[in-house]
Design a protein. Sequence first.
Length: 174
Amino acid sequence: MSVVSFAKTQMEVGRCIGRKDFDAAIRILEGSLSHDPTDIPSLEMIALCHRWSHRNDMAIAAANQALAYDSKNFDAIRLLAEIYAERNEHETAVRFVRLGLESYPESLPPLPKIFFRVLHLFAAVLPRLRRIEEAARRDLGDRNKDNREWYSWAKQYLAWYDTASGSLQTPTVH
């Protein structure tokens, strides 16, 4: 897939997700999989779109497909842990939580300050971009926030499970 084609696909997917048209986003992503069925980021996004559409069985299938290509894929593992915990399938959830803690990613570096300065400049010139600037600061200001929140949840979930089940296993976090 060419860079232009890739960028166009990502923009289309982004627009669909922004409109909460998850089915359209899935169709576009599945179309891109015809070029590369091992495209793990597309499989992850398909899983998320199914999750956002409340089709957890399909989300599980897509996340497992991503894990078939990369057994340590943190995002797929995280999604599976959350779904199984919601379903009260605690043994399966704990297995994925432990695997997620073992596969926990390195922290992402912060975005360069110039990114936010340029965005602020564009927002000053084009007032319609002010909302985008605010959202970018909120969502991209701390790129590790979601992972830290999941880590905290995972530790609490394991503590609860270990207490409830009488198990005293603790994962090794790398």
